[in-house]
Design a protein around this ligand. Structure first.
Ligand SMILES: *[C@@H]1O[C@H](CO)[C@@H](O)[C@H](O)[C@H]1NC(C)=O
Ligand SMILES: *[C@@H]1O[C@H](CO)[C@@H](O)[C@H](O)[C@H]1NC(C)=O
Ligand SMILES: *[C@@H]1O[C@H](CO)[C@@H](O)[C@H](O)[C@H]1NC(C)=O
Ligand SMILES: *[C@@H]1O[C@H](CO)[C@@H](O)[C@H](O)[C@H]1NC(C)=O
Length: 265
């Protein structure tokens, strides 16, 4: 399972204000809009707190990183930062000719969860539900996993997650929106984003990266008759010959050594 490739998780939502990109801390982040720009002199700038602008990359045939980004970005058709860090979050401005695009990058610290295939996974989430406004959503790779309308209580489940997702029935009184996913399958692995959508804005955004490990003991593997020798099993009767052969070989070697010593003395 070490080879499990949990690649960059990019998740794009069009909000009232430009484009929003979500990435998990440490993952690769690609600015997709940069791919469609071919204007000479185009640049991608990060607006830092305080209002100063820091240029990330500029277009010279291909996108080239500026000094501070050279260790994380290779010249390419689009701007890709190999390892996102917490300082990357915030507002970006892509200037392409006369056009300017705003991109908001969220860098989210995820919690890791390892679940055994077939078992249930629980993703903790608590939210103030007393006001009963908005919708609680869980997504994976931009696809819906689960949605709960906090005002009506109606739920919907994403394709592949039907009849497997639920929240505790008392969510409305205690705000516990922890999602339970039953019967985890290997294909359920990945990064899950949990948030509340209210007035077209996402709030309380959290990420869970889930790994699925294979079930350790399947009934066949656990059957002791297949791997252990028992007196009832005829095939095991042949094995005493092996230690016997080793003993004979050792005795022959000892005799040879003994004879050699006699010859020398
Ligand atoms: C950063 O860029 C924006 C847009 O181009 C501009 O309005 C702002 O004044 C710049 N900030 C500084 C400190 O140059
Ligand atoms: C960024 O990642 C790509 C693909 O994994 C790799 O080929 C490239 O060398 C990396 N660039 C830097 C500067 O780390
Ligand atoms: C260049 O960009 C492509 C996608 O546009 C990506 O698959 C590839 O890994 C990138 N290469 C480097 C060296 O970053
Ligand atoms: C989910 O449960 C309903 C009602 O029991 C059933 O009709 C439906 O086929 C189930 N869907 C899946 C994908 O198992």
């Amino acid at each position: 399972m070490a080879a499990l490739t949990l690649r960059a998780l990019l998740f794009i939502v069009n909000l009232t204000f430009g484009l929003t990109l979500d990435t998990i801390l440490g993952d690769r982040v690609q600015f997709p809009e940069s791919e469609h720009c071919s204007e000479r002199g185009a640049k991608l700038q990060h607006t830092l707190t305080g209002g100063s602008n820091k240029t990330v990359a500029h277009l010279e045939g291909v996108w080239k990183p500026l000094d501070d980004y050279k260790d994380r970005m290779s010249p390419n058709e689009s701007v890709i930062l190999n390892r996102s860090n917490i300082n990357d979050q915030g507002l970006y401005r892509l200037t392409c000719g006369s056009e300017e695009k705003l991109i908001h990058l969220n860098v989210i610290i995820s919690s890791d969860k390892s679940v055994t295939e077939g078992e249930a996974a629980r993703m903790t989430f608590h939210y103030f539900t007393a006001g009963k406004l908005g919708r609680y959503r869980v997504e994976r790779n931009t696809q819906l996993v689960f949605e709960l309308d906090l005002s009506s209580g109606s739920t919907s489940q994403g394709s592949g997650f039907e009849n497997r997702t639920s929240v505790a029935p008392h969510w409305s009184s205690d705000g516990d929106l922890t999602l339970t996913l039953q019967g985890v399958k290997p294909e359920d692995r990945g990064a899950y984003f949990l948030y509340v959508l209210k007035n077209r804005k996402r709030g309380h955004l959290q990420a869970v990266r889930m790994r699925v490990s294979p079930a350790l003991n399947t009934p066949e593997e656990r059957n002791p008759g297949q791997t252990t020798c028992t007196p009832q099993q005829p095939p095991c009767k042949g094995t005493p010959w092996i230690p016997l052969a080793i003993i004979v070989a050792l005795v022959l070697v000892a005799l040879a050594v003994y004879r050699q010593r006699i010859c020398w003395s």
